[in-house]
Design a protein. Structure first.
Length: 247
């Protein structure tokens, strides 16, 4: 039986197919492909051809329907599990997905319309009222607290304090910055060489009391070499380095 329907604008081929299925009250999982294809082609023939891009989308779906129609006339295909393959399965899946999104869009549109009709009033509560906090009922707050529970909470707090302490770093002593002045060390080296005229680099460093003093003393020697006040000599590799005063 042919179904007459009023020509209207559809958003796409799936929209038209869904309209035909709902208009004919057809089970979407058991589409009579011959009847639907005929009605679909009738609409495509009647639709305006001005928009070629839109028309091409409907023509692609028409070709798909014709392909499904021809496959249903052939012997049934069997899959790996021995079950028959329905040529309409992929189309049905697309229609169900499109229907889901279409109705979701309609719900969102209705929510937008209803939201536009809602009116809101800015809060006019006095600041004193906003800041008010009801007094704490200590009896109600502590009604389920027992001595055992209090002891448990106390032990938990103590454990948290212990966990905050690093077992390794907590044993370190206080690290203080040792102030060693480079000018002082330059004066020290110069004074020593004025008295001895010559000394070994090892002897000069052995008189220092810390690693920082050794480093600064070494820098002092380099600075005196740079300005031409001292010279250094080493006869053989790994021998002592001797410092001589040029003055």
């Amino acid at each position: 039986m042919d179904i007459e329907f009023k020509l209207q604008v559809f958003e796409g081929p799936l929209d038209l197919l869904l309209h035909l299925i709902e208009k004919n009250k057809i089970d979407i999982y058991d589409i009579p492909i011959v009847e639907i294809t005929n009605q679909y082609l009738a609409y495509v023939e009647a639709m305006p051809k001005d928009d070629l891009e839109l028309a091409s989308e409907f023509l692609v779906m028409a070709a798909t329907l014709i392909d499904i129609k021809s496959r249903m006339l052939l012997p049934k295909e069997i899959d790996e599990n021995g079950e028959e393959i329905d040529p309409r399965a992929e189309l049905v899946e697309k229609l169900i997905e499109y229907k889901m999104y279409k109705y979701a869009a309609m719900e969102l549109k209705d929510m937008q319309l209803y939201a536009g009709k809602s009116m809101y009033k800015a809060p006019t509560i006095p600041k004193e009222v906003q800041k008010y906090e009801p007094p704490v009922d200590l009896d109600k707050l502590l009604q389920d607290v027992t001595l055992a529970r209090l002891n448990e909470i106390f032990q938990m707090v103590l454990k948290r304090q212990v966990d905050k302490i690093d077992p390794v770093r907590s044993k370190f002593g206080k690290i203080e910055m040792e102030e060693v002045s480079l000018p002082d060390k330059i004066n020290y080296v110069s004074r020593t060489l004025r008295q001895k005229k010559r000394c070994s680099f090892r002897q000069l460093l052995e008189t220092q009391h810390s690693k920082m003093e050794v480093i600064v003393s070494f820098l002092a020697v380099l600075e005196l070499i740079k300005v031409g006040q001292i010279e250094v000599h080493q006869e053989n590799t790994f021998d002592d380095i001797y410092i001589d005063s040029i003055e």
